[in-house]
Design a protein around this ligand. Structure first.
Ligand code: F6P
Length: 527
């Protein structure tokens, strides 16, 4: 038997045996137990640019804590709470400083503290060059192949280096003098491991890349490609959501750097250091979302939305996204128009509710998509008026996650139609919220989530007729078929929660890179 096959079988049986003797739905308790048994005294520090909780001062002087609705922060919030981690992120709200101590630390979640959030401060130049410039005008369009051209700028890249250094320094402070593992999240932090490795070679370092990784043909246009890859290779483990992205990464390294790239074992050796590359698809805190969906306060909020939006007895198709050109929102609305044209019995009987979270709105591409979405929504409204309310409701707001769950409950269909997406957690959150087994998911095959959620109505956002047809099927499926599909989807989402993801990733990291010395050519028996 080949070594790689043997290794794969061993890995599968380890995970299966862990699942077999743990309850079927892995939640906080299981992750806590796992962390106690396996992490020993090591301090886990998460680092992401977006913070899980932000504080905002209202006009009347009061301060509100908002649970940010991004899929990544919602999922990692559950993980951080379960293991009592520290989490370093940018303090973004108008009341960020006054709600943290002098070092930027505050207990989170604010009402039930279980971990420490450590805020770092970014000024306007950081925002323009690091966040809007390097992260979102270079790396984001480079990695999402939707034909938006990256804009490369040397000053932005220099600031990206500098802000990554600051994130690394804050992470070192949070680890403290003892053993630690720093788990970096996403494309904002590709270079942070370099500083961490230089300053604290003893730390375990990993980066999870939550967005797609492009093919070498696309990647080679990045002027700082070698530096980006070298920065990432300072980690012990690099995670991607799907295997195709992990393989693209390996190929980009092989084409760009002097390194030994082992495609079979998915490992890269460079300058005496080994980096393992793995595809580990993230999940959502499914049990927690289900509980939230069933809470009486959520039921009341669902009813309040229904009245506020003038839904009446109409069926609701819901979209929840950042207003981003990768998310396929204009296409999704166009397809709703096509549905109403082709199947006029839905006119007045179906309402499209789109939550459009404004983010990165200073960038021209984001302003363009915002204009397009507003225009499309207004056009549909004119063409297909409804007596009781609007036929397309556009909610442009950064809603708290606790306000989104009632919308998930309200929705008969959730439309998740990105043109390209690493995973897309809205799809999984919606399914987790459908505790009554009702609801239907229309999903783009270009979202990483489609690899797992095969029982969704899959339709390409590049094919408006097909998308309209998927809406029709989702609305008109016989009840028994709809429930069977949803039951299958729920099984998938509940079988692999964010807690399973965390255990799988941390377990890999431990076995491959932490328990054994870095010079061991065959750590953990892998390979
Ligand atoms: O789409 C998901 C994502 O890529 C997350 O990985 C990341 O946290 C988020 O987008 C960043 O969005 P924002 O710019 O609004 O913080």
């Amino acid at each position: 038997m080949q070594r790689s096959l043997r290794h794969a079988l061993r890995e599968a049986s380890r995970i299966a045996s862990r699942r077999a003797d743990s309850p079927q739905r892995t939640g906080t308790d299981e992750l806590q137990k796992w962390a106690r048994a396996h992490l020993g005294g090591r301090r886990l520090v998460l680092v992401s640019n977006r913070e899980p909780w932000s504080h905002h001062r209202a006009a009347d002087g009061s301060i509100t804590a908002v649970r940010n609705a991004g899929g990544l922060t919602v999922s990692l919030d559950a993980l951080a709470g379960a293991v009592g981690a520290a989490w370093v992120a940018h303090g973004s709200g108008s009341a960020a400083r006054e709600t943290a101590d002098a070092e930027g630390r505050l207990p989170c979640p604010p009402d039930q503290p279980r971990y420490t959030l450590r805020r770092i401060w970014l000024d306007e130049t950081d925002h323009t060059l690091f966040y809007a410039g390097a992260a979102n005008s270079m790396l984001w369009p480079l990695c999402h192949v939707v034909f938006v051209r990256p804009r490369f700028d040397a000053d932005a890249w220099e600031r990206y280096r500098e802000v990554n250094r600051r994130y690394a320094e804050a992470a070192i402070e949070e680890v403290g003098p003892g053993d630690g593992m720093v788990w970096l999240q996403d494309y904002h932090l590709a270079l942070a491991a370099r500083t961490l490795r230089e300053r604290r070679p003893d730390l375990g370092l990993a980066l999870f890349w939550h967005i797609p990784w492009p093919s070498p043909e696309v990647f080679r246009v990045l002027p700082w490609r070698s530096e980006l890859l070298e920065g990432m290779l300072a980690n012990d483990v690099l995670g991607f959501h799907i295997r195709g992205h992990a393989l693209n990464f390996l190929q980009c390294v092989a084409d760009t750097l002097e390194a030994r790239v082992d495609f079979e074992r998915m490992a890269i050796d460079r300058q005496g250091h080994r980096t393992w590359v793995r595809a580990v698809p993230i999940g959502v805190p499914a049990v927690e979302i289900g509980d939230l969906a069933d809470a009486p306060s959520t039921r009341a909020a669902e009813q309040a939305w229904r009245e506020r939006l003038g839904i009446g007895t109409a069926k609701v198709i819901l979209g929840v996204d950042r207003l981003d050109y990768t998310k396929g929102v204009p296409q999704r609305l166009k397809a709703f128009g096509r549905l109403l044209e082709r199947h006029p019995h839905w006119v007045g009987r179906a309402v499209f509710v789109q939550v459009g979270v404004p983010s990165r709105i200073g960038l021209p591409e984001y302003q363009a998509v915002q204009r397009q979405v507003r225009w499309e929504a207004a056009r549909l409204q004119r063409r297909f008026p409804r007596r009781e309310g609007q036929s397309v409701v556009l909610l442009e707001d950064s809603l708290d996650f606790r306000d989104i769950v009632p919308l998930y409950r309200l929705a008969d269909v959730c439309a998740v139609t990105p043109l390209h997406d690493g995973m897309n957690l809205v799809a999984k959150e919606y399914v987790a919220a459908c505790t009554d087994g009702e609801g239907a998911l229309v999903l783009s095959p270009f979202a990483g989530a489609s690899r797992e959620l095969e029982r969704a109505h899959l339709a390409s956002p590049f094919d408006i007729d097909a998308l309209a047809e998927a809406y029709r099927a989702a609305l008109e499926d016989p009840a028994a078929d709809r429930r069977t599909r949803m039951a299958d989807l729920r099984e998938t989402v509940l079988r692999r929660t964010v807690h399973d993801w965390a255990i799988e990733f941390l377990d890999l990291w431990q076995r491959l890179a932490l328990r054994t010395s870095r010079s061991d050519p065959n750590p953990g028996g892998a390979g």
